[in-house]
Design a protein around this ligand. Structure first.
Ligand code: AMP
Length: 117
């Protein structure tokens, strides 16, 4: 059983952001950005390239987009998937990282224009 299955089963705690019949989204325990959430399919596969059904891959990404926009209120964000140990995958239960919440770069540019720090 992967650590993410234990989170789905509520055997270990997590901060759940979103859940439906097929997916769960929860905060990453070791955030790499001001907002860092993992979107995890409940159907267990080890890595993204094991999912052969295009609709299932699409549903995973559509869910990640919905969580980013609707649950987290992010306009700009990064979706990332590590596929395999060589790419940095550590938990072998397919998941999408949502990263965001950095200062708005266009706002920074505007501040420079008008002389704010
Ligand atoms: P990856 O490197 O793509 O396999 O990402 C695995 C992610 O899972 C890492 O960013 C970890 O910080 C995160 N993680 C590991 N254990 C937990 C946990 N118990 N709760 C939340 N996130 C976790």
């Amino acid at each position: 059983m992967t650590i993410f299955e234990k989170i789905i089963a509520r055997e270990i705690p997590s901060t759940v952001i979103f859940e439906d019949a097929n997916f769960i989204a929860f905060e990453d325990i070791n955030p790499k950005a001001p907002v860092h959430v993992l979107v995890v399919p409940k159907r267990v596969t080890a890595r993204l390239d094991e999912i052969t059904d295009a609709l299932e891959v699409g549903a995973l990404f559509q869910t990640a987009i919905r969580v980013a926009r609707e649950s987290l209120g992010l306009q700009d964000y990064r979706l990332a998937v590590n596929v395999g140990a060589g790419a940095g995958q550590v938990v072998f239960h397919t998941h999408v990282h949502i990263l965001g919440g950095w200062a708005d770069r266009s706002a920074d540019a505007h501040h420079d224009e008008i002389g704010h720090p």
